[in-house]
Ligand binder design. Structure first.
Ligand code: ASP
Ligand code: MG
Length: 404
């Protein structure tokens, strides 16, 4: 008998009817002879609604209270799912994050799991129960409830799969898998049968927001395969795994895009040690997450420094950067919020020449100007005008004949 962890996302449990249909799917897995631990998100937009509601009460931040408030969304779904299963004649029990032994540090709103004490879950499984755990939450040593960050039920599910030695973590929701590109942009995009952890991590970081990046890091660390599939039928979905398939070598696996890019350039900076730190340390302290950074080669000891941030952080980033630029003797600070990025991703490009050249040629054939370029070993990203991003995705998908 093996153990399966199934995680159901918010849309698949958004109504009473859907919770009942999830119960039927869970029951089927249990009937197949596996032990089942289910992790649930909150119904539909519950978490957003709770955040809005709190905003109508207070403009202050109350992180401890907020985390208890947000954790209630997942309590609703876990208890209702347990009731649905029990009505069907199954033994089922819901557990809050705390009851499930999920111990975290004390960083409210984005706590990290420190350990999982599996005793209670194990005992319930031994007793033949289907165990339903409220996702997205844990508890500190001081018994304060924490949440793991938006989309955090993915993290709960993978962490439980690792702690319990599950054979697979199934992530079931309204997406039927990972695609070679966003099918809304590229109609001929194909569902991938499998994708490596590294590639998946690049993909979620560079546009495809299907999963919480930390969940993928965790899965890689403990080598837990994740199957991303639809909750309401038995389609195979996509397996995220650690193995390398021979046939995918030398291929681009997926083309990703992100429309949320703003660029800031500090112009005419005297090039001397400590300049980059003087800009990026204060940005980090303000909680601004900087993405691509490019410093030009200096001419006559004068250089330009460009970096990108999310659009909603551009105003704050400008506020921090302007006075610093003045202090370090830079000529100007300019910004551009109409940008996006397009990336090609695949382990196949490691140590294989020609991918960058082909990407740039493809964009230039479409008359698309590249503003910035950033790369990892298995990814090339070009920052371009926002209005050209979708056209670029289509052209690149075609040029690289992305294979499923
Ligand atoms: N309900 C939480 C959120 O919306 C956690 C999750 O859905 O995974 O962020
Ligand atoms: Mg949610």
């Amino acid at each position: 008998m093996a153990l399966v962890v199934q995680k159901y996302g918010g849309t698949s449990i958004a109504t009473a009817a859907r919770i009942k249909s999830v119960a039927r799917r869970v029951a089927k897995t249990y009937d197949g002879g596996d032990q089942v631990v289910v992790v649930v998100s909150a119904m539909g937009d519950t978490t957003d609604d709770l955040i809005k509601l709190a905003g109508q009460i207070t403009k202050q931040s109350h992180p401890r209270e907020m985390d208890i408030l947000l954790s209630t969304g997942e309590l609703v779904t876990s208890t209702l799912l347990a009731m649905a299963l029990r009505d069907m004649g199954y033994k089922a029990i819901s557990l809050s994050g705390a009851q499930a032994g999920i111990k975290t540090d004390g960083t409210y709103r984005r706590a990290r799991i420190v350990k999982i004490e599996t005793k209670r879950i194990m005992a319930e499984l031994e007793a033949g129960q289907i165990v339903i755990v409220a996702g997205f939450q844990g508890i500190t040593d001081d018994m304060d409830v924490t949440t793991l960050g938006r989309g955090g039920s993915d993290i709960s599910a993978v962490a439980l799969a690792a702690a319990l030695g599950a054979k697979v973590c199934e992530r079931l929701t309204d997406t039927d898998g990972i695609y070679s590109a966003d099918p809304r942009v590229v109609p001929e995009a194909r569902r991938l049968e499998g994708i490596g952890y590294e590639e998946m991590l690049e993909l979620v970081t560079y546009g495809n927001k299907v999963m919480q990046p930390r969940a993928i890091e965790l899965a890689e660390l403990y080598n837990i395969p994740i199957r991303v599939a639809l909750s309401f039928n038995d389609s195979p979905g996509t397996l995220i795994h650690g193995g390398v398939s021979m046939e995918i070598r030398n291929k681009v696996r997926s083309v990703a895009y992100d429309l949320d890019v703003a660029k800031i350039t500090v112009v005419g900076i005297p090039d001397k040690p400590g300049i980059a730190a003087s800009i990026f340390v204060p940005l980090a302290k303000t909680g601004i997450s900087v993405d691509t950074i490019v410093q030009n080669a200096s001419i006559n000891k004068i250089t330009d420094l460009t970096f990108t941030v999310a659009k909603d952080q551009m105003g704050d980033a400008m506020k921090v950067t302007k006075p610093i630029a003045k202090k370090i003797g830079a000529k100007d600070v300019v910004s551009d919020a109409n940008l996006g990025k397009v990336s090609i991703i695949g382990t196949g490009m490691q140590n294989t020449p020609g991918f960058a050249a082909k990407m740039f040629a493809t964009l230039s054939e479409k008359g698309i100007n590249i503003e910035l370029i950033s790369t990892s070993e298995i990814r090339i990203t070009c920052i371009i005008e926002e209005s050209k991003v979708k056209e670029a995705v289509r052209a690149l998908h075609h040029a690289f004949e992305v294979e499923a």
